[in-house]
Design a protein around this ligand. Structure first.
Ligand code: PEP
Ligand code: MG
Length: 582
């Protein structure tokens, strides 16, 4: 039977593999009593499951350590030690002696522990809740003999398409990248960070499938098409061949686009448009450079932290930033300070919040944790001597935050000077304009910053009050809404008046009609995923900025995002035809 599930295309490419369901959630536990004479056997069953869970953790730890390093693997030590806690084990044994089945006894104790830790006055202990939850799931799955859902320890040689309800960036970086050939999730949208990360990892992905995880059994053969956003389950051999052919054609198109890497990014009417790359992982730096990008417009440093139990130290960060700066051989490299929070929570160490996107995120967290922030700033300043570094602050709402950040930057400089270490002075500091507050009051920033970079993923989310990761709202996430277009126009005008560089580094910049709208709104610098650099360059070279301005004016005066899209599409089609748009 052929079933094709349709979601949102999140990361291009086609993958054929077998479905691996990841249900990483605490299972329902039936209430069951054991007769007195079976209590010793039940105790042995419990300890057997704990031993197997520990063994599993050791294997996973070794695999993650080999693939990603010691720091990433440390979270598994924490989980291992939870399973050796004598109070916890004694609590479960006590319940089993009162005739509760092992799974029920363990479930009750873990629920109690998780609640106790969640309410703890010591922040570090509150943060252990996610480890307790992982242990809870792992041991219950063994006791209830549920299928193995481990996402980080797949059989050797497997080619799997990971299907899950939702995936955090923390879990994504830990995935077994050899075995996983594609990702499909029920939740998420194009701008959720799982999608962004999948693109960086070059893993085809479809998100927003809504109920795929429930409707699949696991083990089915499937084709995941991240370009069109479909997951075809149990395809026929003929269909698989068709997809292979499509993959070959895509490869040809990509090769053609790659040839654009050396040509100039200039519009038909001779206006130069700077294209830079968004880099999410330091390993991407060289490929980003080869895409033809004229620098890095956004490096998302928080991905250095995802999936780890502790923050990377100054030395490790220095090496990561230096790699990216050196790959670009003197071209501008904009590195953004940590944007932790929202949907980018590391595995341990940070509290969960009821409204993470309105919470302790990005610059807010950095200003409240000056030791973490100064460590990052020191690493950046040291790496700065190897090229043209610029520092960017995320999620600012007030220039007061810029002033505080600058004060910490001065302290970081003082610390390096005292150590006698070489570092770059007078590094330009700019801000991301990604909140309506920063957009409306852009003029309050312009005197004190070196550049503005519009983060449309968040600007759209906060302007339209649409959660960027909520699949149910995906069709309401409309960057062409007149409110967004007017804000962008305002930011460009304010930047121009102050003589500041204004760029766009959100996903909007990589989509043809939207890139066209941005050119028309006066944006002359775009930063996009490395793979999108040639695609956007092709658009730039095929259109005239004069025409784009006329189209953008029409879009600005449209009543709705749909009308704006219609105007832009009609004009872009006239200019370059249908094919190049998609
Ligand atoms: C944005 O918000 O548009 C942006 C580029 O930052 P991020 O996607 O990392 O939030
Ligand atoms: Mg953002």
């Amino acid at each position: 039977m052929d079933r094709t599930l349709t979601g949102i295309p999140a990361s291009p490419g086609v993958a054929v593999g077998s479905i691996h369901l990841l249900r990483w959630e605490v299972p329902d536990v039936p209430h069951r009593l054991v007769p007195d004479d079976q209590i010793p056997a039940e105790l042995r069953r419990f300890h057997g499951a704990v031993d197997r869970a520990k063994e599993r953790l050791n294997q996973v730890r070794a695999r993650v350590e080999a693939a990603a390093g010691r720091e990433e693997a440390a979270i598994f030590d924490v989980q291992h030690s939870i399973l050796e806690d004598t109070d916890l084990l004694a609590g479960v044994e006590e319940f089993i002696r009162q005739q509760l089945a092992a799974e029920k006894a363990f479930d009750l104790v873990m629920l109690e522990w998780r609640q106790r830790f969640a309410r703890h006055s010591v922040a570090m202990l509150r943060e252990r809740v996610s480890d307790l939850t992982d242990v809870h799931i792992r041991v219950l799955s063994l006791l209830l003999e549920l299928p193995d859902h481990d996402p980080v320890n797949l059989p050797k040689g497997a080619r799997v398409i990971l299907v899950t309800h939702d995936l955090t960036p923390g879990l994504t970086v830990q995935l077994d990248r050899e075995a996983i050939v594609g990702i499909a999730t029920d939740a998420g949208t194009r701008t959720s960070h799982v999608a962004i990360l999948a693109r960086s990892l070059h893993l085809p992905a479809v998100v927003g499938l809504r109920d795929a995880a429930k409707s699949l059994a696991g083990g089915e053969r499937a084709i995941l098409d991240g370009t069109s956003g479909t997951l075809a389950v149990d395809p026929t051999d003929a269909e698989i061949e068709q997809y292979r052919e499509r993959a070959r054609q895509e490869e040809v198109v990509e090769a053609e686009l790659r040839r654009l890497s050396d040509v100039e990014s200039v519009s038909l009417d001779g206006i130069p448009v700077t294209l830079r790359a968004n880099v999410d992982l330091p390993e991407e730096a060289e490929a980003a450079h080869d895409s033809g990008a004229e620098g890095v417009g956004l490096m998302r440093t928080e991905f250095l932290v995802m999936g780890r139990a502790t923050m990377p130290d100054e030395e490790e960060q220095y090496r990561a930033y230096r790699r990216v700066i050196e790959a670009f051989e003197g071209k501008p490299v904009v590195i953004r300070t940590f944007d932790i929070g929202g949907d980018k929570l590391p595995v341990g160490g940070f509290p969960t919040e009821p409204n993470p996107f309105l919470g302790w995120r990005a610059i807010r967290m950095c200003l409240d944790q000056p030791a973490i922030f100064r460590t990052q700033l020191r690493a950046l300043l040291r790496a700065g001597v190897h090229g043209d570094l610029r520092i960017m602050l995320p999620l600012v709402v007030s220039v007061a935050e810029v002033r505080q950040a600058r004060a910490l930057l001065a302290e970081a400089e003082g610390e390096l000077a005292a150590r006698g270490v070489e570092f770059k002075r007078d590094v330009p500091v700019g801000v991301m304009v990604e909140t309506p507050a920063a957009a409306v009051a852009a003029d309050t920033f312009t005197r004190e910053v070196a550049f503005l970079s519009i983060g449309t993923n968040d600007l759209v989310q906060y302007t339209l009050a649409v959660d960027r990761g909520n699949a149910n709202l995906a069709n309401r996430f409309t960057p062409l809404h007149p409110a967004v277009l007017r804000l962008i126009r305002r930011i460009v005008d304010m930047g121009e008046q102050a003589g500041l560089e204004v760029s766009v580094c959100g996903e909007m910049a990589s989509q043809p009609i939207m890139a066209y709208a941005l050119l028309g709104l006066g944006v002359r610098k775009l930063s996009v995923a490395p793979r999108s650099v040639p695609l956007v360059k092709r658009i730039v070279r095929s259109v005239s900025v004069r025409d784009a301005e006329v189209a953008a004016t029409a879009a600005l005066h449209a009543d709705t995002a749909a009308d704006a899209e219609h105007e832009l599409l009609r004009r872009l089609r006239e200019a370059i035809g249908d094919l190049a748009i998609h």
